[in-house]
Design a protein around this ligand. Structure first.
Ligand code: G4P
Length: 289
């Protein structure tokens, strides 16, 4: 599947990160917990270098808890700090703040020794579009946040979000492109809604999605669509789902377009259950975190 989508802002995003990294204490890298590797921007780990950082696995409410645990172990083995998060829901934000504080402690001590006692932690949230950056900022900010106006001489649109005296978030415009050159990642980004529906071939994405659902989550698929069996091929399963849900055209044929949209919507909204697509085993050889 060729996904023909090349956002034009990546150079700008890269420059903004590079320019601002030196004033940042801890970087938050946000990934989609259902596809943590596919939703990683390949550039982030190189850019942040030795700067303290946290991987926040967001949308954990939509991810398979067992697969999520595997990923947490994987990241920890790689020496990364990781937090599981549901920015939209009720999951406690305090463990993330505590981790940010402990990672920022050496730099805060440094500033304290120079007389700056109550300096806030400065953090930057990085992640591909739709991974939940704004939602996390809102959750962190709750009602305490106040966006400051752009400072003169600073890049237009760059804003500090002050959260009490504890935390300053640098909210930056710019797009970090996802891994589209890897076809497996591209399909999973499309399936989860990380990239616009207009830029991929729906049939290819849904066929692959139903293939993987049939392989890893057959019970969820059967339960959701009241199927007795999964088809031997994804197209058979799609046909069964279309019939079951009454997506038909004149002559009794399945309306494939309508069925694709239904499957995609129900997967993205978590209606089929908590389902992960990236598995550690897919990426364990040569994975770049
Ligand atoms: P971005 O800034 O990184 O581009 O992402 P943004 O916060 O705009 O979030 C993209 C979508 O993901 C939003 O849905 C948001 O509600 C949803 N989202 C963010 N975090 C979570 C999470 O932890 N769990 C779930 N289930 N969803 C999350 P939307 O459909 O674009 O808008 P809406 O549903 O908020 O109206």
């Amino acid at each position: 599947m060729i996904i023909n989508w090349y956002p034009g802002h990546m150079a700008k995003a890269r420059r903004l990160i590079e320019e601002n990294l030196k004033i940042i204490d801890v970087v938050i890298e946000l990934v989609d917990a259902r596809i943590p590797m596919s939703s990683t921007n390949p550039m982030i780990s190189k850019l942040i270098g030795s700067k303290p950082s946290v991987i926040v696995m967001n949308k954990a409410d939509l991810a398979d808890p067992a697969v999520l645990d595997e990923w947490v172990r994987y990241y920890k083995q790689k020496g990364r700090h990781v937090i599981v998060m549901d920015s939209k829901g009720g999951r406690d934000i305090k463990p993330l703040i505590a981790l940010l504080r402990s990672l920022a402690a050496p730099r805060l001590e440094h500033w304290k020794a120079r007389g700056l006692k109550n300096r806030s932690i400065r953090t930057m949230i990085l992640g591909i579009p739709n991974v939940g950056k704004s939602t996390l900022i809102n959750k962190l900010a709750r009602r305490n946040a106040a966006k400051t106006a752009d400072k003169p001489g600073e890049t237009k649109g760059k804003q500090w979000v002050h959260i009490g005296t504890q935390l300053d978030l640098l909210d930056m415009p710019g797009v970090l492109w996802p891994k589209l050159e890897n076809q497996l990642c591209a399909y999973r980004l499309a399936a989860t809604g990380a990239i616009s529906d207009t830029v991929f071939d729906m049939e290819t994405v849904i066929t692959q999605l139903v293939r993987e659902l049939g392989q890893w989550y057959p019970d969820e698929l059967k339960k959701r669509y009241k199927l007795e069996n999964i088809g031997a091929k994804p197209l058979e399963t799609i046909d069964m789902i279309g019939r079951r849900r009454g997506c038909l055209v004149a002559g009794g044929m399945v309306d494939l377009e309508k069925t694709y949209k239904l499957i995609l919507k129900e997967y993205r909204e978590g209606i089929m259950g908590a389902i992960s697509l990236d598995r550690v085993a897919d990426f364990s050889k040569g994975a770049d975190v």
